[in-house]
Design a binder for this molecule. Structure first.
Ligand code: MV4
Length: 592
């Protein structure tokens, strides 16, 4: 038994776990990095500890420091949330070795389902349908070619240690095998330090449907239906719903039983999710997530069960109080992930400070948020700001409610995915439930439709004196000049107006059409704040339009910054390891 829980996470999930602890009468302990000193979860917990000066992206991965703080705080249990260490068996073992309860599955169960081919072998033993493919790693190109002939193309080459699409290559003809294999191996070695690969028949237009299970420490396992998570971009889920418009009650029961059987067969404990691909009325086990998931909320909405409290009660050793026969979904729930990303610019990270914040409310509207007004979004973590979750009696009503709530949701000062969600929920394909994992790729019109919902660019903040001249390209009587402008400028600079025809000075005014980024500079500006991870440019270099010159790391993503036009580079200011602000100048073009 324990009475104090350390939450080894941040953002909305940390707040979510603290709320569950409070409702169960458990004391909560938050941890935070230096970048998160004023993050909302820190002030909400009963106690909070700084993890230390390590670079903020690593603080939440520092196992010895987390264990040390947990013991110092008198925690009897550690909840990992999701991401970070949530599926790290070594962390689960370290928590147990320190005499505390890990709120999650036994490390053995985590490991049995962690590797993709191991999970496939477990699924085979549990008689759970799989996509046709290998149960072991493969590195014989001739054997892969034989499998391609056997399965028919396309086939998928995947990373054994993989997940989230990294190391996934789709092969559509035999002559693509060698390059795809080599490329997948390289990516897998970098991403997972494990280059082992396996092969499957590739399903070209599946839905992504996952089953939620709960397992107690006494061998009882139940399922709580499915979530349809097909609307994804680059393997990041954006919209999830429960139940799936594609499932019949019979299919739901069949998938649920498979999930329960597989979880039971590996001795699973706690909350877990089994992911399936669903195509043409058939489902195929893909992988298992041995943690609570971001989108657990839509299951809670339709089943009326608090899954995080269930995790804590199971960790306390309580027998499951749920009976499978009593678990039937009611109504329909939709979750929209509100990310600090710009849907009008390829969902690139859009950092900044939240200048105004107002959440939607009303019957069937829930917001799990990790932010507030006047909050500066740290560049080190993923882009999730909050989750809007709506519930209604029917799917059409849930869609209408979600649209109303999205229209009410005000987040000033930061670009978010809200316009994308409004466009997606308005799309007839979504309304008709005609969605697969290719939905976003199949509907490029969504970006234009999102533009209609996009708020005006953020108001420029106060003038700031940078001490640095700003470079402008101006035309006077059609002659082009490069000029330096000194003096204060808006922190989020607006575009300069061209010099007066009579050769007057460049006059900085607030354009009627505000731009969100820096002044017009004949150079390469960073569209986002982040850490410069790579510089592929040098003074005097001839560059082509679209050539990748810099890599900026932000929100755990690498963003390629390309040359806006062909030309010769003048100054290259970017230095690897330094931080660049949104609108900052990475390089200039030579003016002659
Ligand atoms: C697949 C697949 C189709 N056929 N495997 C993507 C990452 C990981 N969750 C497994 N994924 C997939 N595996 C086979 N044999 C489709 C996906 C998939 C997907 C693929 C491409 C683009 C987006 C996707 C989103 C979810 C699942």
């Amino acid at each position: 038994m324990f009475d104090t829980v350390l939450i080894a996470n941040r953002g909305e999930i940390a707040l979510r776990v603290i709320r569950a602890c409070r409702e169960l009468g458990l004391r909560s302990v938050a941890v935070y990095s230096e970048a998160d000193r004023d993050a909302p979860h820190v002030g909400y917990a009963d106690a909070a500890y700084l993890l230390g000066p390590a670079p903020s992206s690593e603080s939440y991965l520092n196992i010895p420091r987390i264990i040390e703080v947990a013991q110092q705080a008198g925690a009897g249990a550690v909840h990992p949330g999701y991401g970070f260490l949530a599926e790290n068996a070594d962390f689960a073992r370290a928590v147990a070795a320190a005499g505390m309860v890990f709120v999650g599955p036994p490390p053995e169960a985590m490991e049995r389902m962690g590797g993709k081919t191991a999970a496939r072998r477990e699924a085979t033993n549990a008689k759970v349908p799989l996509v046709p493919g290998t149960l072991e790693a493969i590195d014989d190109l001739a054997e892969i070619r034989r499998l391609g002939d056997e399965f028919g193309y396309p086939i998928a080459i995947k990373a054994v240690g993989g997940g989230g699409g990294r190391g996934l290559r789709v092969v559509r003809a035999p002559d693509e095998i060698a390059d795809a294999f080599a490329s997948a191996r390289r990516e897998a070695e970098v991403a997972f330090k494990n280059g082992a690969l396996y092969v499957e028949k590739y399903l070209s237009n599946p839905r992504h449907i996952e089953i939620q299970i709960l397992a107690d420490t006494h061998g009882t396992v139940v399922h709580l239906g499915e979530r349809d998570c097909s609307i994804q971009r680059r393997h990041q889920k954006l919209i999830e719903e429960a139940p799936s418009p594609a499932l019949t009650p019979a299919l739901r029961a069949e998938m649920g039983l498979c999930a329960v059987r597989l979880a039971q067969s590996v001795g699973y404990v706690g909350a877990g999710t089994l992911e399936f691909l669903f195509e043409a009325g058939h489902f195929y086990f893909l992988e298992m997530n041995t943690r609570i998931q971001v989108e657990h909320t839509v299951t809670e909405a339709v089943y009326g069960i608090d899954l995080v409290k269930a995790q804590l009660r199971i960790a306390q050793g309580e027998p499951l109080w749920l009976r499978q026969a009593e678990l039937t979904p009611r109504g329909h729930a939709i979750e929209c992930r509100i990310n600090a990303e710009d849907p009008l610019h390829n969902f690139r990270p859009a950092l900044g400070t939240i200048t105004s914040y107002r959440e939607p409310a009303g019957l069937g509207v829930r917001v799990d948020s990790g932010v507030r007004a006047d909050y500066a979004i740290p560049q080190f973590y993923d882009s999730l700001l909050s989750k809007l979750v709506v519930w209604a009696e029917s799917r059409p009503e849930a869609i209408a409610r979600a649209q109303r709530a999205l229209a009410d949701y005000e987040i000033g000062g930061v670009i978010t995915t809200i316009p994308f969600h409004r466009a997606a929920l308005a799309h007839p394909g979504f309304a008709h439930g005609e969605v697969s994992v290719n939905f976003i790729g199949q509907h490029p019109e969504l970006v234009e439709q999102a533009r209609a919902f996009a708020p005006p660019a953020p108001e420029p903040a106060d003038l700031v004196e940078t001490g640095e001249p700003r470079l402008f390209t101006v035309e006077v009587n059609s002659r082009r000049f490069g000029v330096k402008v000194f003096g204060a400028a808006p922190a989020v600079a607006v575009g300069a107006t061209p010099a007066k025809a009579a050769g007057g000075n460049t006059k900085r005014t607030t354009n009627t059409k505000k731009t969100a980024l820096g002044p017009k500079v004949d150079g390469v500006l960073s569209p986002i704040q982040g850490r410069i991870a790579a510089v592929r440019a040098e003074p005097g270099q001839q560059v082509e339009a679209g050539q990748i010159l810099f890599i900026i790391e932000a929100m755990k993503m690498e963003n390629e910054i390309t040359a806006p036009h062909a030309g010769t580079l003048g100054e290259v200011r970017a230095q690897v390891g330094t931080t660049i602000e949104a609108g900052g100048i990475l390089a200039t073009y030579s003016s002659h």
